[in-house]
Ligand binder design. Structure first.
Ligand code: BTN
Length: 254
């Protein structure tokens, strides 16, 4: 149920209007339903919990109360949508730094701190009424009670609360993220994508690592060498063969 609405006229696009819900199935799905109506670019749907939170590659995203769950509506050029999903990782790690947690990006856009996942992004492209929209869903483990999550998630995840030993207000974390995302999105719209991707490469901790990448077609093992200007991860395998990966799940081997 929608429980509140906030305006921030100082924002250029992202987060000028925020709709707050107590519970939804998935903020991404709520946003997609809202596309049937006339909603502005930059609208944010924020929920206290999700009954069916979604992760990348059909995985689920545990979404109990305590975490931060939001989706932003964007209308980029379709050709640049893949890049936008990657670039959204930069405001994510900047927002986490406000709380003293120096997370780094794992390609494409996971925020990782000391080997554990703190936040993730699910970017979905949708056509409605002849217009291409991107629903950018962001989940941040702010005050999650990790002990209550399944053991496999406990092993791989962490939360801001655990890392800084303090309660982190979701409103504050949301504001920091939206402020940074608004800045990145307006620069992205006015800057050659190659330059924005240069900035992304500087923030991506995957480059230089030994990786195993599960793609929809195969598992590729080698050294993550670069990220192309269109956002693909470049991996050199043991035979020096170059693979350009546009979709996959990365694991670090060392
Ligand atoms: C991932 O790392 O697999 C992506 C996780 C994305 C989770 C967020 S929570 C808010 C938004 N709504 C969803 O159902 N998923 C995204």
């Amino acid at each position: 149920m929608k429980t509140g609405e906030f305006q921030n006229p100082h924002r250029k696009i992202v987060g000028r209007t925020i709709w707050h819900y107590d519970a939804v199935e998935s903020t991404n799905d709520t946003m997609k339903e809202l596309l049937e109506t006339d909603v502005p670019e930059g609208l944010v749907v924020w929920a206290d919990r999700q009954a069916a939170g979604k992760g990348r590659h059909g995985r689920s995203w545990a979404s109990p109360p305590g975490g931060l769950y939001l989706s932003v509506l964007l209308r980029p050029k379709e050709v640049h949508a893949q890049i936008l999903g990657l670039l959204a990782g930069m405001p994510l790690v900047k927002a986490l730094r406000h709380f003293g947690v120096f997370a780094v990006l794992k390609w494409p856009n996971d925020a990782i701190f000391q080997g554990r996942k703190l936040a993730g992004i699910l970017s979905e492209g949708v056509y409605r009424k002849d217009t291409y929209h991107v629903v950018l869903g962001v989940g941040i483990n702010t005050n999650l009670d990790l002990d209550r999550l399944p053991p496999d998630i406990q092993k791989r995840a962490t939360s801001l609360k655990r890392e800084v030993n303090l309660f982190v207000a979701n409103e504050e974390c949301l504001e920091y993220f939206l402020e940074q995302m608004d800045d990145v999105y307006s620069r992205y719209r006015n800057t050659p994508t190659g330059l924005m991707m240069k900035e992304y490469r500087g923030a991506c901790g995957t480059i230089g690592k030994q990786v195993s990448v599960q793609t929809p077609e195969a598992k590729i093992v080698g050294k993550a060498f670069d990220v192309t200007p269109t956002g693909a991860l470049v991996v050199l395998d043991a035979h020096e063969k170059r693979h350009e990966i546009v979709d996959g799940t990365v694991e670090y081997l060392a």
